[in-house]
Design a protein around this ligand. Structure first.
Ligand SMILES: [Zn+2]
Length: 426
């Protein structure tokens, strides 16, 4: 009964997603640098939810509310920008996702953490305790701090030597910093499984200490049960006339803070009052600083787009960019070998050069103070099918997302650990 109730609470059997009724997804194709900037600025002025930036050769996706569709389309036509409406009403897809996830949850008929369904913040948090209880010599749970709304932000430390062997490299990974990117959670949960519960490659646990933070933005993740496309945290102190809560946590870190992000609380890339103004980013900063001398690899798992990106977000490359790129490509190839054929191959590159300028990102900060190998993964969250898009999760993909991403993580961890042992990390 309790389990059924949980399922109902999570998937929401009541009328949901009214907020997104009539919202359309546009695919925008730009052909010049001028058009790129024009479209980007207009999307920002309209406070649209930009899912991916359009750049020449790579169409972008943007979510447009019903009331803004006319003005947006007029702008595109007037400026000769090619576009197509990919989804007329996103609410239909949101309802479909609920239906698929709810029936997957019924089929799985288990309250245990697995890969048949999605898990709530509370379930994941309880799971961390369970692991620490079952593997006391190997796993510990640490309370890093509390979110804006007071939820514990807890992470796992996995080590055969209780983090006492200072000659070992550390690999840190996190998911759900952007809370709507649900498919990132299976990636960290799968890593936990392969490092703790079902260990098939013991070198990874013998040679490396691991830090895993599955829910980096707990308030946001809980809120996505109500508002599926929520991206930021739930800070209320910047609100304007009671509107526009939240800070984009991946623009709130202390590397280049505020140089390529928004000062407008109503935008999805709002950077907050200053670097680390939010408790959620403070927690991550403190972990990174505490372990800076040993952190060999840092992975911030996002979705979507099938990309492995490295810093810096302003396009400036670090001195070891060649090694960064090389390891990035090796990770991507490992994933590509086992990915679903319907998903495209991973793209590897510098954030700025592949996508756009972005400041205050977690992986930039980690690389600037600690981890020589630091990446943002953008997982594929869809099967390139016409009816299921962007951030939504197909139940059949949950385990695959965990499995294929782990193939990449392993390659990165081994490469970064080898570089650390050879003392030529940077
Ligand atoms: Zn993201």
């Amino acid at each position: 009964m309790k389990y059924l109730l949980l399922v109902c609470l999570f998937y929401g059997v009541l009328a949901k997603h009214e907020l997104y009724d009539g919202h359309a997804v546009y695919e925008i194709d730009v052909h010049s640098v001028e058009q790129t900037k024009l479209v980007h600025d207009f999307e920002n002025d309209l406070l649209l939810d930009i899912w991916s930036h359009a750049v020449p050769g790579h169409p972008g996706k943007v979510l447009v509310p019903k009331v803004k569709r006319d003005i947006f389309e007029n702008f595109l036509v007037q400026n000769g920008v090619q576009y197509k409406v990919e989804t007329e009403n996103i609410k239909e897809q949101l309802d479909k996702e609920d239906e698929l996830l709810a029936s997957a949850a019924e089929r799985s008929n288990s309250s245990r953490i697995g890969f048949e369904r999605m898990h709530t913040y509370e379930e994941v948090d309880a799971y961390l305790d369970e692991l620490a209880r079952d593997y006391p010599n190997f796993v510990s749970v640490v309370l890093g701090g509390r979110s804006v709304e007071g939820r514990p932000i807890r992470y796992l430390k996995i080590s055969t030597t209780n983090f006492q062997d200072t000659s070992k490299p550390i690999v840190m990974m996190q998911s759900l910093l952007h809370c709507r990117e649900w498919v990132t959670l299976p990636a960290t949960l799968y890593a936990i499984r392969k490092l703790v519960v079902d260990v098939s490659e013991s070198d990874l646990v013998q040679n490396i200490d691991w830090i895993i933070l599955p829910v980096a933005n707990p308030d946001g993740y809980v809120f996505t049960q109500t508002d599926r496309y929520w991206r930021k945290n739930r800070a209320t102190r910047y609100m304007i006339a009671n509107r526009c809560p939240g800070v984009d946590l991946n623009r709130n870190f202390g590397h280049g803070w505020g140089t390529a992000s928004s000062s407008n609380p109503c935008q999805d890339t709002f950077h907050g009052a200053g670097a680390f103004s939010e408790p959620e980013t403070e927690v991550i900063r403190d972990i990174i600083l505490e372990h800076s001398s040993r952190m060999a690899l840092y992975l911030d798992i996002h979705s979507f787009g099938s990309m492995i990106l490295y810093g810096y977000g302003d396009g400036v490359l670090p001195p070891h960019a060649l090694q960064l790129n090389l390891v990035g490509v090796q990770m991507a190839q490992a994933i590509d070998r086992v990915k679903w054929p319907s998903n495209r191959n991973y793209i590897v590159g510098n954030i700025f050069h592949v996508l756009y300028a972005a400041s205050g990102g977690a992986s930039d900060y980690a690389m600037s103070v600690a981890a020589p190998y630091s990446y943002t993964y953008e997982l594929p969250a869809y099967r390139n099918s016409a009816w299921f898009d962007g951030f939504l999760v197909e139940p059949a993909f949950i385990e695959q997302a965990g499995y294929e991403t782990w193939e990449g993580i392993k390659v990165g961890a081994r490469a970064a650990a080898a570089a650390f042992r050879n003392g030529k990390a940077v």
